[in-house]
Structure formats: structure tokens, C-alpha cells
Design a protein around this ligand. Structure first.
Ligand code: C5P
Length: 227
């Protein structure tokens, strides 16, 4: 156990794509005055770097090297990759699909591990991803597994993409989402699975406000004290 893991609390929020994790994580972090880690963005940034640098996406070691070399800064809504804001670009479905494919690579997951743990800074961290509670922050005092049915998630993603000015087709998104879920859940390394001590929250019929409240109520019940 590291000193950080004992002193700086982490709320891990894991779940499938478009379950609302990102928004909920940001809102919970805002309410508590904590930092936030969007770990999916790191996989997406690696995918974008692979595309931009013409790296063979099947070459696991070359992809991991790209991750070690990422020059990333998160500044509010902005995500800077080598000084260029790519916040919208990394949300593109082609980047998300490549991220999901390369996320199965063991060398890549190792390459991103310490980068993710470095976000654990006082007064606390809300970490959003697939393996926050199982692999990256296994000592997190609160672990949430946020789910929503695939139809609800595809509709949300469709709306998000259209709002960002991208074209989107609900049937294509549903198909993409099903295959991405399957890949995330069945990969051998760090699959998408609830930690044994996670609280599962189904947000299919909850608003963002209601979901945030559920998480904050769980946190109040934890009674965390730094040692
Ligand atoms: O969460 P988001 O959809 O942005 O993540 C993009 C992809 O990165 C996911 O489909 C998943 O395969 C991968 N990912 C992961 N582990 C994480 C976060 C994301 O494997 N902690």
C-alpha cells in the first residue's frame, strides 16, 4: 500500500461505454472539490497518436511506446496532445473503436498504469474507467459500477455526437457499442467487471442529478479517514 492510497481517497467509477460515467465523475468531483481522471481519454489519446504517427495498430509494443511518449495535458474541458487541443477529435467513434481494440494489449495497459496513478492527489480523486476499482486503484474506499441498458446508452451517445456536430446513426452506434462492450468484458487482461466490493448503480432510468446524488450518498456513508 502506498502513502497516497492511505491518505488520498479515490472514488472509482467503472462501467461500459456511454453509461454516463464521465459526466457523473466530473459532477461528483466538482461537488467534493476533487480531481478527476478520465482514463478512457488516455486510451483514446494513444489511439489518436497511433493514427497520427502511422504506427501499426497490431504492433503491441509500438503502441505501448506511443503511450509512454504521450505529451498530454488536461486543462478543464481541453485535452492537449503535444500542445494541440484534441478534446473533440478523441470522441470520434473511429478513435473510440481503435482505443477499445488496443486497450486489450498488456504492454499498453502497463504503460498507462503509473500515469493514471499519478492523478491520485489531495484532496481526492474521482477516477472513471473500466478497471479503476479492480486494477488501478484497488484500495479505493468507494467503488461504483455504473451500468445502463444498451439502448439508453446508444441514445445518449447519439445525442452527444450530434451536439458536437458529428453525424451519428443509432443502429450503427448500437452495433458498435455491443461489440465494444463484448470486447471490453471478455478480454483476458483487466476486463470490464465489477470489483467484488463495488456498488452497482443502474442509471437507465435515473437523471444525471439523481445518479450523482446516489454516488455522493454512498460516499457520505463510507466515513473515510486518512491514516
Ligand atoms: O471510456 P471510453 O469510452 O472513453 O474509453 C475508450 C476505450 O478505452 C474503451 O472502449 C475501453 O476499451 C478502453 N478503456 C479501458 N480501460 C479504462 C478506460 C477505457 O480499457 N480504464
Amino acid at each position: 500500500m502506498t502513502v497516497a492510497s492511505l491518505q488520498v481517497p479515490v472514488i472509482a467509477i467503472d462501467g461500459p461505454t456511454a453509461s454516463g460515467k464521465g459526466t457523473v465523475a466530473h459532477r461528483v468531483a466538482q461537488a467534493l472539490g476533487w480531481e478527476v481522471l478520465d482514463s478512457g481519454a488516455l486510451y483514446r489519446l494513444t489511439a489518436l497518436a497511433v493514427q497520427q504517427q502511422g504506427i501499426d495498430p497490431n504492433d503491441e509494443n509500438a503502441v505501448a511506446q506511443a503511450a509512454y511518449g504521450l505529451d498530454v495535458k488536461f486543462q478543464g474541458e481541453r485535452v492537449l496532445l503535444s500542445g494541440v487541443d484534441v478534446a473533440d477529435q478523441i470522441r470520434h467513434e473511429s478513435v473510440g473503436n481503435l482505443a477499445s481494440k488496443i486497450a486489450a494489449y498488456v504492454p499498453l495497459r502497463l504503460a498507462l498504469l503509473e500515469r493514471q496513478r499519478a492523478f491520485q492527489q489531495a484532496p481526492g480523486l474521482v477516477a472513471d474507467g473500466r478497471d479503476m476499482g479492480t486494477v488501478v486503484f484497488p484500495e479505493a474506499p468507494l467503488k461504483i459500477f455504473l451500468v445502463a441498458d444498451v439502448q439508453a446508452r446508444a441514445k445518449r451517445r447519439c445525442k452527444q455526437l450530434k451536439e458536437k456536430g458529428f453525424s451519428a446513426n443509432l443502429d450503427d452506434l448500437l452495433e458498435d457499442m455491443r461489440s465494444r462492450d463484448l470486447r471490453d468484458r471478455t478480454r483476458a487482461n483487466a476486463p470490464l467487471v465489477a470489483a467484488a466490493d463495488a456498488k452497482t448503480v443502474d442509471s437507465s432510468n435515473l437523471s444525471i442529478d439523481e445518479t450523482v446524488k446516489v454516488v455522493l450518498d454512498f460516499w457520505s456513508g463510507v466515513g473515510f479517514r486518512a491514516v
